[in-house]
Design a protein around this ligand. Structure first.
Ligand SMILES: NC(=O)c1ccc[n+]([C@@H]2O[C@H](COP(=O)([O-])OP(=O)(O)OC[C@H]3O[C@@H](n4cnc5c(N)ncnc54)[C@H](OP(=O)(O)O)[C@@H]3O)[C@@H](O)[C@H]2O)c1
Length: 299
């Protein structure tokens, strides 16, 4: 079977991206072959494209999550059948027409979740669950950059756990933050005073999705001295109080979020979809850093 895979042979701007046709080898044990219907786009894809992160040797493929249809299975894979609709984390890359994925990564796609939503769930859902478990038992939480992929679901899971959330975004996303259940605050000059106005007590913890120095300084000013100041941004922090947090794979935690989206408990906004052929435009857009909710490639 053939797959068309998005690759880059060098680091740079989106014009380094190209499509590469490859005949897939025989399916390995423990893997499912998936015809991809949609795949979320994450900032890490574009940051790997530019060379800011160099996890993989060149040429490199991209994409961490997918939704699609099983087209091949190894003998004895009894839990799944060809034709089943699934979603999850990929293995190596997902921005391709056909991919091989470990069976252990698969979660069934609920019928009422459309393909772009299904394809963009895995990465940020597992990140949100990881980081909220890491901060532990808190009653108030400050989130910097709450309107993007990770922030949108982190706010909602935190609210469902009874945590009071104040989140920042640009002016155009303040209404969206309020709809997700957070008290919205605009980032930018004067941030510390605006945070204090809406939340006079110090926060139990903060999570930074933006990686800005402004966010670090605001957390240092407004989080309790013994509270966790976490960042997922992957940029070097200017204070040793900032703890870098990294996502951990957990199909069980992913399924908990999938169930919440299917039941209508969590809102999941895919604000932009791009045909796979327009992947370069999609990567340019995510690099801008102002995606509301998620963006996804559709196939
Ligand atoms: N450590 C990990 O395991 C892990 C996992 C997933 C993601 N990440 C990283 O975490 C970051 C967030 O990911 P994401 O998918 O949520 O990104 P995203 O969808 O692009 O969202 C970015 C967010 O940052 C906000 N923002 C932009 N400029 C800002 C500024 N100057 N000050 C404060 N907020 C600002 C945006 O709000 P406006 O649009 O309103 O400006 C938006 O809410 C990325 O750097 C990503 O690479 C790390």
């Amino acid at each position: 079977m053939q797959s068309t895979i998005l690759i880059a042979r060098e680091y740079g701007t989106p014009d380094v991206l190209e499509f590469f046709d490859q005949a897939l080898p025989e399916l390995a044990a423990g893997m499912a072959r998936i015809k991809v219907k949609a795949a979320g786009i994450n900032p890490i894809d574009a940051r790997r494209m530019t060379g800011e992160f160099r996890h993989a040797a060149l040429p490199q493929g991209f994409g961490t999550e997918f939704a699609g249809v099983i087209v091949d299975l190894p003998a004895g894979a009894s839990h799944w059948a060809t034709g089943d609709e699934v979603l999850g984390s990929g293995a190596g890359f997902t921005h391709a027409t056909v991919i091989d994925v470990p069976l252990s990564n698969l979660v069934a796609r609920p019928a009422n979740i459309d393909w772009p939503v299904a394809g963009s769930l895995a990465g940020v859902a597992q990140t949100a669950m990881t980081i909220l478990d890491e901060i532990g038992d808190v009653r108030s939480l400050l989130i910097h950059g709450g309107s993007g992929g990770v922030g949108s679901i982190t706010i909602q899971i935190a609210r469902a756990r009874g945590i009071e959330v104040v989140a920042t975004a640009s002016a155009r996303n303040l209404g969206y933050l309020a709809e997700l259940g957070a008290t919205p605050v605009e980032y930018g000059p004067g941030l510390v005073a605006r945070l204090e106005a809406v939340h006079p007590a110090l926060f139990d913890a903060s999570l930074d999705m933006s990686g800005t120095e402004e966010a670090t300084q605001a957390s240092l000013a407004r989080v309790r001295p013994d509270g966790l100041i976490g960042s997922i941004a992957g940029t070097p922090p200017s204070s040793e109080r900032v703890q870098a947090l990294w996502t951990k794979r957990s199909p069980a935690k992913l399924k908990a979020v999938v169930d919440g989206v299917a039941a209508g408990r969590f809102r999941w906004e895919v604000s932009k979809t791009f045909p796979f052929s327009d992947a370069a435009d999609a990567y340019g857009a995510i690099l801008g850093g102002h995606t509301r909710g998620k963006s996804a490639l559709v196939f």
